[in-house]
Design a binder for this molecule. Structure first.
Ligand code: BGP
Length: 464
C-alpha cells in the first residue's frame, strides 16, 4: 500500500551540538555538565569514545551540510552549545569564535536550502552553573538562561525562525537526581521537582524575551512524553499509568501548553514534601508565556502496572511509589538499545495531544533506531545496508500519517539522527544516523542505504 505524504509535511533530521561538535577550539572552562562527568569520573564510554572528538562537527560541519544537500533535506534541527557560547557565565561574555562558528553553520545550511531549527539547550548546561550554583536549583541560573536566550535571538534571529527552549527538559534531573545514575549521583526527589519547575520557568522567561523582542517566527519546547500503557484495565493498573503520566508527562505539558500545573500534581507534591514553592509572579510568567508549538521526541512505549509493594515511609519519596515498570511478554525489541518497538505510539501520541492539549501545532522532533555493530552491514561498496532502520522509519511514519489523516495537528517528522553521534553513556555504541561516521582519526562520512531511501521519500512524497 502507498500513502501520500502531504506536501506541507516536513521530513527532516535532527542532532545536537554536544553530541556532534567535539572539543576542537573549546576552552578549558567551557565544559558542559556532561563534559564534566566525562572528565570527573574518567568514565570509559563505549570503546573509549566520548564527547572530546564526537563527530568533529566543529571542523567537519561543511561535509555534513553537503550531504544534507545531497539528500535534499529541507529541515535540520540542532542546538547551540550554551557552555561554549560564553567564556564567562556571570558577565555573559560571548565567545566570538564559537558564535562565529554558529554563524557559519546557520549560513551554510541556508545556502543549500536547509532550514535550521535551533534549540537553546540539549545536554549543554554549563558545568560552571552546576558547580557554583547547583545548576537549576538556582533562580540566578534561570535568569542567566533568559539573558543567554536574548543574546542568541539578537544574533541569529534574523536567520532562524523556529526555536526550542529545551530538549527533553525532564531528562537531566531524572538521570542525576531521581535515578542518580549520572554524575553527581544524588537521589533527591525534591531537587528533581525543583529543577522541573525552574526549567519550566526558564522556558517561559525565554519565550517572554522572544515575544517582547518581536523576533520573527515561533518558539516552543521539545518534550518527550512517554505513551503509558497499563498492564491491564484493572483499576489499580490504570491508576498506575495515570500517575506515571502525571509525574513524567503532564509535569511539563500542562504548564508549558496550558499555562498551569495540574492541581492533582500540586497536591501530591505538597503531600510528599517535594513542593517547589513558586511565587505568584512566577506562576503568572508561566501562564502568560506558553509554547507556540512543540517538538515531540518519541521512541518507545512505557508499560506500567500497580506496584507490588507498599511504599516504605522511611525511604525518600519517588514517583515509583505509584507504579512499577512492566515488560510486555513477547514484545518486539530493539535489542541494541533495549527499547521496545511499538509504532502505534505515534498514533496514540497524536490522539493524546489532541485530547489533552487541543490544537497546538507539533512535529516529531526525534524518532529513530540505534543499532550496535553496524559495520557488519557494510556492503562491498562501503554502504551500510540498514534495512532495519528503513523498516523502523516506515512503520512509525505510517502510524503518524494515519494520525494526520484522523486530524492530528502534526506538521512533520524528524529522524534522529542525521549522522551517527555520541550519546551520554553509550558514545557511538548505538548508531542512529542516515550518515555513517568512521570512528577513527578521519571521522569520514558516508551515506547509508537509509539516506538514499530517505532522499527518495523526500522526492516522491510516497510512503510505500
Ligand atoms: C533522545 C535524546 C537524543 C538522543 C536520543 C537517542 O532522548 O534527545 O539526544 O541521544 O535520545 O538516545 P540514546 O542516545 O540514549 O540512545
Amino acid at each position: 500500500m502507498t500513502k501520500k505524504i502531504p506536501d506541507t509535511f516536513i521530513l527532516g533530521a535532527a542532532s545536537s551540538a554536544w553530541q556532534t561538535e567535539g572539543w576542537s577550539g573549546k576552552k578549558e572552562q567551557q565544559d558542559s555538565y556532561l563534559d564534566k562527568w566525562f572528565k570527573e569520573e574518567q568514565f570509559v564510554w563505549h570503546d573509549g569514545q566520548g564527547p572530546d572528538v564526537a563527530t568533529n562537527f566543529m571542523q567537519q560541519y561543511q561535509e555534513d551540510i553537503d550531504l544534507m544537500k545531497e539528500i535534499n533535506l529541507t529541515h535540520y534541527r540542532t542546538s547551540i552549545n550554551w557552555a561554549r557560547f560564553f567564556t564567562d557565565y556571570e558577565q555573559l561574555v560571548v565567545d566570538e569564535a564559537y558564535a562565529t562558528h554558529m554563524d557559519h553553520v546557520i549560513d551554510g545550511l541556508i545556502a543549500v536550502g536547509v532550514e535550521p531549527i535551533l534549540c537553546l539547550e540539549h545536554y549543554e548546561l554549563p558545568a560552571y552553573y552546576m558547580e557554583q550554583y547547583d545548576g537549576w536549583s538556582s533562580k540566578k541560573v534561570v535568569d542567566w538562561y533568559a539573558d543567554y536566550a536574548k543574546i542568541v535571538f539578537e544574533r541569529y534571529g534574523d536567520r532562524v525562525h523556529q526555536w526550542f527552549t529545551f530538549n527533553e527538559p525532564i531528562v537531566i534531573q531524572t538521570r542525576c537526581y531521581l535515578d542518580a545514575i549520572r554524575w553527581p549521583h544524588e537521589q533527591d526527589t525534591k531537587k528533581w521537582m525543583l529543577w522541573n519547575f525552574h526549567k519550566t520557568l526558564a522556558s517561559a522567561k525565554a519565550i517572554a524575551v522572544f515575544k517582547e523582542g518581536k523576533f520573527e517566527g515561533r518558539i516552543g519546547c521539545v518534550l518527550n512524553p512517554e505513551m503509558v500503557y497499563p498492564r491491564s484495565q484493572s483499576k489499580a493498573d490504570v491508576h498506575a499509568a495515570k500517575m506515571y503520566d502525571l509525574f513524567f508527562n503532564q509535569v511539563f505539558f500542562h504548564p508549558m501548553v496550558l499555562g498551569e500545573y495540574p492541581e492533582e500534581l500540586i497536591t501530591l507534591c505538597q503531600e510528599h514534601n517535594i513542593y517547589f514553592d513558586p511565587t505568584d509572579e512566577e506562576l503568572e510568567i508561566i501562564k502568560q508565556h506558553t509554547c507556540d508549538f512543540l517538538g515531540i521526541n518519541q521512541y518507545y512505549p512505557k508499560r506500567v502496572k500497580a506496584p507490588r509493594f507498599a511504599w516504605n515511609e522511611a525511604t525518600p519519596f519517588h514517583p515509583e511509589m505509584y507504579y512499577e515498570s512492566f515488560e510486555l511478554p513477547g514484545r518486539r525489541m530493539n535489542r541494541s538499545r533495549g527499547w521496545e518497538i511499538y509504532p502505534t505510539i505515534m498514533y496514540d501520541l497524536a490522539m493524546y495531544l489532541q485530547e489533552n492539549y487541543g490544537n497546538i501545532p507539533w512535529f516529531i522532533s526525534e524518532n529513530g533506531m540505534g543499532q550496535e555493530n553496524e559495520e557488519q552491514y557494510l556492503n562491498e561498496a562501503g554502504i551500510v545496508q540498514d534495512d532495519y532502520r528503513i523498516e523502523f522509519i516506515r512503520e512509525h511514519l505510517a502510524e503518524l500519517l494515519r494520525a494526520v489523516e484522523a486530524g492530528a495537528n502534526c506538521e512533520g517528522y524528524m529522524l534522529w539522527a542525521f549522522t551517527d553521534c555520541v550519546s551520554p553513556m553509550n558514545a557511538f555504541k548505538n548508531r542512529y544516523g542516515l550518515v555513517r561516521i568512521e570512528v577513527d582519526e578521519t571521522r569520514a562520512r558516508s551515506l547509508k542505504k537509509s539516506a538514499y531511501w530517505y532522499r527518495n521519500l523526500i522526492e516522491t512524497r510516497q510512503l510505500e
